[in-house]
Each structure stands twice: as C-alpha cells, then as structure tokens.
Design a protein around this ligand. Structure first.
Ligand code: ADP
Ligand code: ASP
Ligand code: MG
Length: 415
C-alpha cells in the first residue's frame, strides 16, 4: 500500500465523460489499496472564460474578487468527481482550499502556498478509507480570510504541496501527454518522451516555456523532495497495471539518471518582447538609470545585450514580459530626457528558444553548434543569454518551428 497524489489537469476533466474516466483511474488505485488525495483543475476552457469575464466586467478590477471568480472552476470539478466516485461505490469527499485549509500568501492571482493541514487528510485515510478530492489552484489567506489563487497552471503546485503535506510516495500528474518530451510534441512530432528528467532541468524547461508543469511546482518538488511522475490520463484505466511501471516521466535527482545526454530538451516561449535603446552614453550609471525605473515598476528584465561603443555611444537590447511591454516603453519614455538616448525601439513578435541540459556543465561547444545550425537556416539571432545548464536565443517568432526542429535535430534528440 502506498499514499499517492493524483492530479488531473483541465483537458483530463473536460466534461462528464472525462470525469468518469478519471474516476476509473482513481478506482483502480483504490482497489490496489492506496491512500489517495486527488487534485483537480477546472474543466478545460473554464478558467480562461472566468478570467475573460473579470476583464469584461472591469478592465481594472480588484485582484481579490478576480480570485473569488476564477477559483470557482475547481470547485465544480472537485464536487463532480466526488459525486461520480461515490456513485461508483468509492468513498470520497471534495475539499476546497479554505476547507483543508491550504494557507497562502496574499499575493492575489499568484499566491504562494505557506501551509497545508495534511494531518486531517491522513486521519481520514485511516479512519474512513476516504479519497480526498482537493481543488487545485486555490487557497485562503490566513489573516484576511480571502480566497486566493496560485497563478495559471497552479494546480500542479497544489498537487506537489499536498504530496509534501501528506508525505506521499509520489505525485502523479495526469495530463494530455504521456510524459515530458524533449520538446513540445505539439510542435515537433519527432520529440521523444524522457523516462527521467532532473529537477534542475525540468525547472529550466518549465521556466523557459514548457507549460507541462507550473514552474513553482517543480521548485517545490525540488525543495521538498517530492517525486513527480508525469503521465497520461487518456490511457484506458483498465489497461493499466497499478503495480507495473506505466509510460511516463519521473522528475528526480540528477544522480538517479544513469544516461546523461549533453542536451536534454528544447523549450520556447513567446511571452517576452524585445526593447532596444539606441545611442546612449557609454558611461557608468546608464544601465542603472534605465533598469532602476523598470525595477521600480516591478517589470522583470531578462536577456540583456550591450554593444561595445566606438564613439562613446552604445545600444542596449533587453527583453521584458510581453504583458509589461507597453508599460515598459512608457517608463523608458519618461526617463529619456534624463538618461539621454536617441530612440526606443521594440518588437513583440519574437520568441525565446532555449537549449537545456545538465550535461552542458562539462561540455564545450554546445552554443557554437546552435549558432551554426541557425545560421545555416538563415535565422538571425537578436539576443543570447546563458547559464550553467541552458542557452537561450531570441529570434523572430516566424521562425519558431524551424528553430525548434533544427535544434532538436542537431543535438540528436529526434526519435
Ligand atoms: P493540463 O491541463 O493537464 O495541466 P497543460 O496544457 O498545462 O495540461 O500541459 C500539457 C501540455 O504541455 C501538452 O499538451 C503539451 O503540448 C505541452 N508541452 C509543452 N512542452 C512540453 C514538453 N516538453 N513535454 C510535454 N508536453 C509539453
Ligand atoms: N485552472 C487553472 C488554470 O487554468 C489551474 C490549472 O489548471 O492548473 O490555470
Ligand atoms: Mg497545466
């Protein structure tokens, strides 16, 4: 017998038929004797609709009321799944974030989980043999008592946090793909499923655009040593041996992975925009004069490139989240006279393609391979940034698929 968390995302609970399918997955694990906390997302499309309603109600709205609205999607799914399970003869009850409770910070719209009462769930596993169906994505702020949500994709983080709180053996993330692939299988059909991926690599993949897991869920799993297993909910529950090893990807310590490739995966993100500041003085303090006001406006700057100046004047190019693009340009316009530069240029139709792998720590030439391969395809590089285990390259969005496929193939990742 094991204690497990099973998390089902939006496409896995898209309608009642899907919810019935999920219930059969749950029943299978119950019959195998496991203690289960099941974390569910809102039905596919629901959260988008709720977000849009808030926007239509008032472009500038209270973040606390936004949370009250968008948290409702998960409430529906958890109740429906509990009803279906009970109907099948599986003892179950639903738990909303405030009922457990899942205590969070008060950063409405992107709250952090602070504490979960796992003891109550464990007690009920023992006393009632009851499956806990927990709403993903939502929590409650302790002092204000207001409902909070964890940011888009946040049910993954709920699942990992519940797994840590109940000391689960594993956190199974059921989704519409049967694991983590070397790149988004929607874009490259030759992408391969990875049997295992290291926490550090998954963290980079997720933060650089692979939306299969929310970034914070991987961070939390790494801190609390929760083993995440990404697998498909679309397999027929009856075909799965609960004691066997199903297809999927285990996210685990680097040491557990025997066969280390230099490059593990390629990710991409269209969530950033490029800004270039032309002809500003190349002297101490100008970078601070530009980036200080952006930081004060809570705008994150990511890739930064500065030219070497020939005539005492230089250009600086950097990226900001696309949602902050217009605001960033406004902030910069305000400091233009004071800092002294000739123009602000920008582009929103860009994509950041990233190459990720822990093997890069000990291998030279990974970046050179990418630059050569992209050059051969006529793809121009706008900016580059690197860390120990990743290289990110900013290019025109029109080349997204070509760049992803080229890099996927050049590092030997094709199936
Ligand atoms: P859920 O609704 O279950 O939370 P998501 O849509 O959030 O599912 O995440 C699953 C999707 O992530 C897949 O359909 C896939 O298109 C996308 N994805 C992006 N990169 C990867 C990757 N490297 N491996 C697997 N899936 C990926
Ligand atoms: N329903 C929320 C969203 O769509 C949370 C999740 O699915 O993980 O972002
Ligand atoms: Mg998701």
């Amino acid at each position: 017998m094991a204690r497990l968390v099973m998390k089902f995302g939006g496409s896995s609970v898209a309608d009642l038929d899907h919810i019935r399918n999920v219930a059969r997955h749950v029943e299978r694990e119950v019959k195998a004797g496991h203690e289960l906390a099941v974390v569910v997302s809102a039905m596919a499309g629901t959260t988008n609709r709720l977000v849009e309603w808030c926007r239509q109600a008032a472009a500038l709205h209270d973040a606390r009321e936004y949370d009250a609205v968008v948290a409702s999607g998960e409430q529906v799914t958890s109740g429906l799944l509990a009803i279906v399970l009970e109907d099948m003869g599986v003892s179950a009850r639903s738990w909303q974030g405030w009922q457990l409770p899942i205590l969070t910070s008060n950063a409405h719209g992107s709250a952090r989980i602070l504490d979960i009462n796992g003891a109550e769930l464990i007690k009920r596993f023992k006393e009632r043999k009851e499956v806990a169906v927990v709403c993903g994505f939502q929590g409650i702020h302790k002092e204000t008592g207001r409902i909070t949500t964890l940011g888009r994709g946040g049910s993954d983080t709920s699942a990992v946090a519940v797994a840590a709180a109940i000391h689960a053996e594993r956190c199974d993330i059921y989704t519409d793909v049967d694991g983590v692939y070397t790149t988004d299988p929607d874009i490259e059909e030759r992408a391969r499923r990875l049997d295992k991926i290291a926490y550090e690599e998954m963290l980079e993949m997720a933060s650089l655009g692979a939306k299969v897991l929310q970034v914070r869920s991987v961070e939390l799993a790494m801190q609390r040593r929760v083993r995440i297993f990404v697998r498909s909910s679309f397999d027929r529950p009856e075909d799965i041996d609960p004691h066997g090893v199903p297809p999927g990807t285990l996210i685990c310590d680097e040491e557990e992975i025997v066969e280390n490739q230099v490059v593990t995966g390629i990710a991409f993100s269209k969530d950033e925009a490029q800004i270039s500041i032309r002809r500003l003085a190349d002297k101490p303090g100008v970078a601070a004069a530009l980036f200080g006001p952006l930081a004060d406006a809570h705008i994150n700057v990511d890739m930064i490139v500065q030219n070497i100046s020939a005539d005492g004047l230089t250009d600086i190019t950097f990226t900001v989240p696309i949602v902050d693009y217009e605001r960033a340009k406004d902030v910069l316009k305000k400091v233009k006279a004071k800092v002294g530069f000739s123009a602000i240029e920008g582009a929103a139709d860009v994509v950041k393609v990233s190459i990720i792998g822990v093997g890069m720590r000990s291998h030279a030439g990974v970046a050179a391979t990418a630059f050569k391969a992209l050059a051969e395809r006529g793809i121009n590089i706008r900016a580059i940034s690197t860390s120990e285990i990743k290289i990110s390259i900013l290019i025109d969005a029109a080349f997204t698929e070509l760049a992803v496929r080229t890099l996927h193939s050049v590092y030997g990742l094709d199936r």
